[in-house]
Ligand binder design. Structure first.
Ligand SMILES: [Zn+2]
Length: 132
């Protein structure tokens, strides 16, 4: 893991433990993620992050709305994957960013408890994952 990721990880853990974000944490996250963090906060403010959890396993995936007029929704794992174009282009291919705004929105919403929680059966979750 690189230094930026380690710093980000520490900040996320702090936020998760208090369920709130202070000014210092905001400025660190903004420094690390820039415009993508601003976009992510807007998505969270609009309640645009759904956490779809399978029962009984408790495994979950996030569904995050995009910001364009079309309001697409992207499935993502906060730490490892997003189905959006930016994830493949900016992160996987060019390695210029740590993660996309949807992943950030998912992480932020989960950390402060701002997700819309949706429960499905494990079977439904498996079907959903198989379509990624
Ligand atoms: Zn994304």
């Amino acid at each position: 893991m690189n230094a930026s990721s380690l710093v980000a990880e520490t900040v996320w853990k702090d936020i998760e433990s208090t369920r709130s974000v202070n000014e210092d944490q905001l400025s660190i996250l903004h420094f690390l993620f820039g415009k993508n963090f601003e976009r992510a906060t807007r998505i969270v403010d609009q309640r645009g992050v759904r956490r779809i959890a399978g029962e009984p396993s408790g495994r979950s995936i996030f569904q995050v709305v995009g910001e364009s007029q079309r309001k697409e929704e992207y499935f993502c794992f906060a730490e490892h994957y997003c189905a959006c174009y930016s994830f493949f282009y900016d992160i996987v291919s060019r390695g210029e960013q740590l993660c996309c705004k949807h992943q950030l929105a998912a992480r932020l919403a989960a950390s402060v408890g701002a997700c819309v929680d949706v429960k499905v059966s494990d079977e439904q979750l498996a079907i959903l994952l198989s379509k990624l």
